[in-house]
Write a protein that binds this ligand. Structure first.
Ligand SMILES: [Zn+2]
Length: 331
């Protein structure tokens, strides 16, 4: 593996890595930052804080700052702690904001950790996390997404290095699960739908963006994380950092049955307004409707609801941004 070295000066060993080390394990961290691996290492080797780690891994590069035969200060378990004195510290970058950069950094970190395990004759039991040594929720985003999931990634890479094929995706059974999933992730790269219950790039279909809503008809565990099955037959992550799940398409039911509020919200459009879809509406069948693709009338309005307008062709409920009354838009 290609590892870039930017090692701390021996003049700073007293601060960053004072002890010889015979390593017995990997200790995984997340940086809780959005800096690249090069910048994390550069910052670490240039300050005089007793904070240090051997490697930083981002979506493209592995950078080393401390020699593996010296200890580093990263596990919060003190001067004689097993984490600090026997652990090779690996920081996964871009964990503050997450998204595809972080996901790619995790993949590269899994490859690198597998490479280290093979190099040292270790197994998956030697892959530990900061949290194992002190009460800190680190590696935070890797934990949020599933620690066992990450270990599975490392194990699959180790199997590949050992000439074994990657194990088949360990799927649970398809479970009954019904509702709607809304994309909450606002990154420009969007969220990828898959054609099968798989995280593999080879099953990637189209990309969807914040605000889009799809009908969920089931769910299934895939590598330890649930994927939702959509009515279209495609699959999407259930990770709360990217999507939110709800059981109703729109939030109107309780509002219409409760006592009216003093200042009743008004709606921009009324019943009977001729409209066409603008960006998309949220079809009860889970499919998207694009600009100009459909035209019709508003048949019902529920002021104050998240999606206040019911359209007359079964397209479902939408809101101001989902429709257009401009006569020049193709109908
Ligand atoms: Zn940590």
């Amino acid at each position: 593996m290609n590892v870039i070295q930017n090692l701390v000066s021996p003049n700073l060993y007293y601060c960053k890595c004072p002890f010889d080390m015979n390593s017995t394990r990997i200790v995984v961290h997340n940086t809780a930052n959005d800096a690249s691996a090069r910048n994390e290492i550069q910052y670490m080797i240039n300050n005089h804080n007793e904070v240090s780690f051997h490697y930083a891994v981002d979506d493209k590069e592995i950078v080393q700052g401390i020699p593996e035969n010296r200890n580093a200060w990263h596990s919060g378990d003190g001067g004689n702690g097993v984490g600090n004195r026997q652990g090779i510290a690996i920081e996964i970058c871009y964990s503050k904001s997450g998204g595809t950069r972080f996901d790619a950094a995790e993949v590269l970190a899994a490859k690198f950790i597998a490479f280290k395990l093979k190099e040292k004759g270790w197994g998956i039991a030697q892959v530990t996390k900061h949290q194992d040594y002190s009460p800190k929720y680190c590696p935070h985003r890797t934990l949020d997404k599933g620690w066992q999931r990450f270990l599975n990634m490392v194990q699959a890479e180790l199997n590949a290095l050992n000439g074994q094929s990657k194990p088949a995706v360990q799927n649970g059974a398809l479970e009954s699960y019904n509702g709607f999933v809304e994309i909450t992730y606002s990154g420009a790269d969007g969220i990828v739908l898959h054609t099968q219950a798989s995280w593999d790039d080879s099953t990637a279909a189209e990309t969807v963006k914040k605000g889009e809503v799809f009908t969920v008809v089931g769910r299934q565990l895939v590598d330890g994380v649930y994927m939702y099955k959509l009515k279209s037959g495609k699959w999407i992550t259930s990770a709360k950092e990217y999507v939110s799940f709800r059981t109703e398409l729109h939030g109107s039911t309780t509002q219409t049955t409760q006592a009216p509020t003093p200042a009743k919200p008004t709606c921009k459009y009324g019943v009977g307004t001729r409209v066409c879809t603008n960006t998309l509406s949220n079809d009860s069948a889970g499919s998207k409707v694009y600009k100009g693709e459909w035209s019709g009338k508003i048949t019902r309005v529920i002021p104050g609801a998240k999606f206040p307008y019911l359209l007359n062709n079964g397209t479902g409920w939408t809101n101001d941004t989902g429709i257009d009354t401009d006569p020049n838009v193709p109908r």
